[in-house]
Design a protein around this ligand. Structure first.
Ligand code: FAD
Ligand code: 2MC
Length: 379
């Protein structure tokens, strides 16, 4: 057992960190104010191979492991977790196409997804079904040419911004086995979007409803087999949950780094505030939480990479543990900044807002416990 990163993994982390430091961190507060990530960022990330991190090399992707990918999201989130998490959703979609798509679907979308000419969103949640995802009602009716989709998807990251959408829709009976996954292009007839959601965090990236009203798609846009869409969607989320955890981890680490520097400068009662042992203990507790999170997350990623039988549970456990630890650490960092922590210019309050949603999306942390407890009881 080796807990160290390889030289190659260290280089991957450093490359992502350097990109984030130079091109994302200086703009993060402005992009949040603008409620927009400039689209020219994505092809530049794609040049580093970040458009298909764990798309196989034979399909033209980077062929990295899930563990390697967590390093990229941890590093990019040190610059902005909202931008990094958005990239994670695209990667989840690209990998779903690579893993499950027909040759025709891959030929149509994969290359453009990898160079991020085509940016993907993932559409599972509906207004009436979030945690109970298999209760989704959007229908995909067979037509002569393909499918006609009708229904509404809620809370879609990149809704109205992305170039294509992977939509989970019902082609069969109630329950998970009646769900298929299809690709819908931006601009398709019958596709429209709700208004921009006004959110607590993740404000740089747009969230909208995706509305489908007899939206026609060709047969070739079916992803994999009919009736397997729910499983594809869940398999995609296993990696997504690791990435979201990595986003919490990187953001919390950057908050802690900033806090250490701040405390060395800030004076109170004749000394720098890092000299108060009560505060040193808080720093130590935060360091311990992040180190434990990192080790636990990487172990879960390794389980997914190696096809361990308990990989799903470990992804869920990591998501619950790391996203909560990340938010606790950022909140602690805000407190250690005193009043300045509450001001936007210091960047800490943004992280507190951005990270909060990581306990809700990609499966709430209650659902993560449902997954773990089901396995414990079944064992
Ligand atoms: P509900 O399912 O209604 O849950 C309400 C509460 O009940 C929660 O606390 C939940 O944990 C709890 N609960 C529900 N069932 C159980 C149970 N069995 N046991 C214990 N507690 C339970 N979705 C997408 O498909 N694509 C996206 O790109 C996307 N992006 C998002 C971006 C943002 C900013 C947000 C806020 C959400 C996004 N989502 C997206 C949706 C997200 O995945 C859902 O909000 C989430 O899965 C929860 O669903 P819900 O909001 O319907 O809550
Ligand atoms: N990995 C692989 N397969 C999975 C899986 C996973 N994580 N979870 C479920 N499955 C399979 C499962 O094995 C079963 O297949 P089979 O019958 O062949 O064995 C099938 O999917 C149905 O699973 P369940 O019987 O467990 O389905 P159930 O309806 O009871 O509940 C639950 C599943 C609650 C775990 C699932 O609905 C869930 O994860 N809900 C949370 C939804 C969610 O995460 N939404 C995120 C939206 S995306 C987002 O927020 C973004 C920001 C992008």
């Amino acid at each position: 057992m080796d807990f160290a990163l390889s030289d190659e993994q260290t280089a991957i982390f450093d490359m992502a960190k350097a990109f984030g430091d130079e091109f994302i961190a200086p703009n993060a507060l402005q992009w949040e104010k603008d409620e927009n990530i400039p689209k020219d960022l994505w092809p530049r990330l794609a040049e580093l191979g970040f458009g298909g991190l764990y798309v196989s090399e034979e399909s033209g992707g980077s062929g990295l492991s899930r563990l390697d990918a967590t390093l990229v999201f941890e590093a990019l989130s040190m610059a902005c977790p909202s931008v990094a998490a958005f990239l994670s959703i695209h990667n989840m979609c690209a990998a779903m196409i690579d893993k499950n798509g027909s040759d025709a679907l891959k030929a149509k979308y994969l290359e453009k997804a990898l160079n991020m000419e085509t940016f993907f969103s993932y559409c599972l949640t509906e207004p009436g079904s979030g945690s109970d995802a298999a209760a989704l009602k959007t229908r995909a009716e067979r037509t002569n040419e393909g499918y006609a989709l009708t229904g509404t998807k809620a809370f879609i990251s990149g809704g109205g911004y992305s170039d294509a959408y992977i939509v989970m829709a019902r082609t069969g009976d109630a329950g998970p086995k009646g769900v298929s996954a299809v690709v819908v292009d931006d601009g398709a007839d019958g596709l429209s979007f709700g208004g921009l959601e006004d959110k607590m965090g993740w404000r740089a990236q747009p969230t909208r409803q995706v509305q489908l009203d007899n939206c026609d798609i060709p047969t070739e846009n079916l992803l994999g087999d009919e009736g397997k869409g729910f499983t594809y969607a869940m398999q995609g989320l296993n990696g997504g949950r690791l990435n979201i955890s990595a986003c919490s981890l990187g953001a919390a680490q950057s908050a802690l780094n900033k806090t250490l520097a701040y405390m060395a400068e800030r004076q109170a009662f004749g000394k720098s505030i890092d000299q108060f042992q009560a505060l040193q203990f808080r720093l130590a507790d935060m360091e311990i939480e992040l180190q434990a999170s990192r080790a636990f997350l990487r172990q879960a990623a390794w389980k997914l990479d190696t096809g361990a039988p308990d990989a799903v549970q470990h992804c869920a456990m990591a998501k619950k543990f790391v996203t909560e630890a990340g938010s606790r650490v950022v909140d602690g960092c805000l407190q250690l900044h005193g009043g300045y922590g509450y001001l936007a210019d210091y960047g800490i309050e943004k992280l507190a807002r951005d990270l909060r949603v990581h306990q809700i999306l990609e499966g709430t942390n209650e659902i993560m416990r449902v997954i773990v407890a089901r396995q414990m009881i079944a064992a």
